[in-house]
Write a protein that binds this ligand. Structure first.
Ligand SMILES: *Cc1c(COP(=O)(O)O)cnc(C)c1O
Length: 449
């Protein structure tokens, strides 16, 4: 890696070259495609993004949980270069190749459960979710899909229907696909009866929703992110997820875990379902799986995945050989470097610092949550009042950006500050990034009292 692992502020952020590119962007790219930090990247690796003005930014976002093994990770670069020189596409449905099969073998090995599994590969997370729903409906002969408040499953028509948040994902884009039902999410911080009551009451509310609004025998699948991503890094209380999964099994309802953001070492285990020993019938994966190349998968019980007629699943590019080669190299990197353990180390570095911040700002930091290298703070304006403070999150985000720290926010109310560093980042960059975040937070909180 030639990129020095140091933050450099060569110009203001964004610098003159980035601003010129942003002008071209506005004239050529649909306004519907937003950019949260219009700094144009030229090179990236480790924990650094280098822009066209020579600035080097610390990366706490990983391109939304994608570059888990780092940008341009050495094994990924080597595997992709080799594959792209061999062949770039045949279409697996026409003349297949080994890399696709090998990715599916690795998925069977790494995803939760030791049962017999099959996979199918796609291009994006949304496409994987769409296909998991197709498989579930086909296998069960039932129509209804149950999802949760705060869920995010993508931006295609079906996945918009599955996603909870209107702005910006759904507004004006309807009508949406039918037979989607929504249950309350077990969200301890905002559970009306308090965090202690959340597991039991949320389980009861979930069962009541399925029973009263859907009917158990009309329900094909329950689809859930084991830790919700875009909705606010919401971690359900211990025991809730296994209860939901067990209940689904008793009713003949398939349990689908959307591990697109949580999967592949991010949360300190291979999958977020692993933390509670949950074995989903179907798992969707994408983001961190392929070192930055577009690849997604549905992996599930052999009898479920094989119930679909031949030709029922596929797509021109699904499981592209270059993306598969990249995924194999990324997975090998995660195993050899034990990246789940690295994610737990990152958690151990972050959490005490976030706790100290919460102590300094008890009225503004409402909750600290997450697992591994998927951590967040929920910001409020009035401590126990829990009023979401999206303006504070925005102010901290802008201040971090100006100092050369790339961060992300999320949450239904836009008030959650999330951390998703690449697992290839050095400790000194983590610590420097946290210094910047804390100073930005102190200033923004003081300015908005
Ligand atoms: C990002 C994401 C998706 C959608 O993936 P795309 O590749 O953007 O289509 C679906 N589910 C979850 C949980 C995600 O985080």
């Amino acid at each position: 890696m030639t990129l020095s692992q140091e933050r450099i502020l060569a110009t203001e952020i964004p610098g003159p070259r980035s601003r010129a590119l942003q002008e071209r962007k506005v004239a050529a790219v649909s306004a519907g495609v937003g950019t949260t930090l219009p700094v144009y990247v030229e090179q990236a690796g480790g924990g650094i993004l280098r822009d066209v003005d020579g600035n080097q930014l610390i990366d706490f976002g990983s391109g939304i949980a994608v570059t888990t093994v780092g940008n341009a990770a050495p094994r990924v670069v080597e595997a992709v270069q080799r594959q792209v020189a061999d062949f770039t596409h045949t279409c697996f449905m026409v003349t297949p190749y080994e890399e696709y099969v090998e990715v599916c073998e690795k998925l069977a090995e790494l995803t939760p459960g030791s049962h017999e599994k099959r996979s199918a590969l796609f291009n994006s997370g949304a496409e994987a979710v769409e296909n998991a729903v197709k498989v579930a409906r086909h296998h069960t002969g039932r129509d209804a899909i149950v999802v949760f408040d705060h869920a995010y499953h993508g931006r295609t028509n079906l996945t918009m229907a599955l996603t909870a948040k209107n702005m910006p994902y759904k507004h004006g884009f309807g009508p949406f696909a039918g037979e989607i039902y929504r249950a309350p999410m077990a969200y301890p911080y905002r559970w009306p009866g308090g965090p202690e009551a959340c597991a039991d009451e949320a389980f009861e509310a979930f069962v009541n929703t399925v029973h009263a609004q859907v009917g158990e025998d009309s329900c094909a699948a329950v689809l859930i992110e084991p830790i919700q991503g875009e909705g606010g890094f919401i971690v359900p209380p211990a025991g809730w997820l296994p209860r939901v999964a067990d209940w689904c099994r008793e009713q003949g309802i398939l349990f689908i875990a959307d591990e697109i953001q949580t999967g592949f070492a991010r949360t300190g285990d291979w999958f977020a379902s692993d933390h509670e020993g949950v074995v989903p019938d179907l798992v969707t994966t994408a983001k961190g799986m392929a070192g930055g190349l577009p690849l997604a998968a549905v992996t599930g019980r052999a009898e479920v995945m094989d119930s679909v007629h031949v030709g029922g699943l596929g797509g021109t590019y699904g499981g592209n050989p270059v993306a598969c080669a990249s995924a194999l190299a990324a997975m090998e990197t995660m195993q050899e470097l034990d990246l789940p353990a690295r994610a737990r180390e990152i958690e151990a570095i972050f959490v005490p610092r976030l706790q100290a911040l919460a102590q300094r700002h008890p009225e503004r930091v409402g909750d600290i949550r997450g697992r591994g290298a998927m951590l967040a703070v929920e910001l409020v304006s009035d401590g126990p009042g829990r009023t979401p403070d999206a303006a504070l999150a925005g102010a901290v985000h802008r201040a971090c950006s100006a100092e050369g720290l790339v961060t992300l926010t999320c949450g239904t109310f836009g008030n959650v500050f999330r951390f998703l560093p690449p697992l290839s980042i050095d400790d000194h960059l983590l610590s420097e990034g946290l210094d910047i975040f804390e100073a930005a937070f102190d200033r923004a909180a003081a300015g908005s009292q």
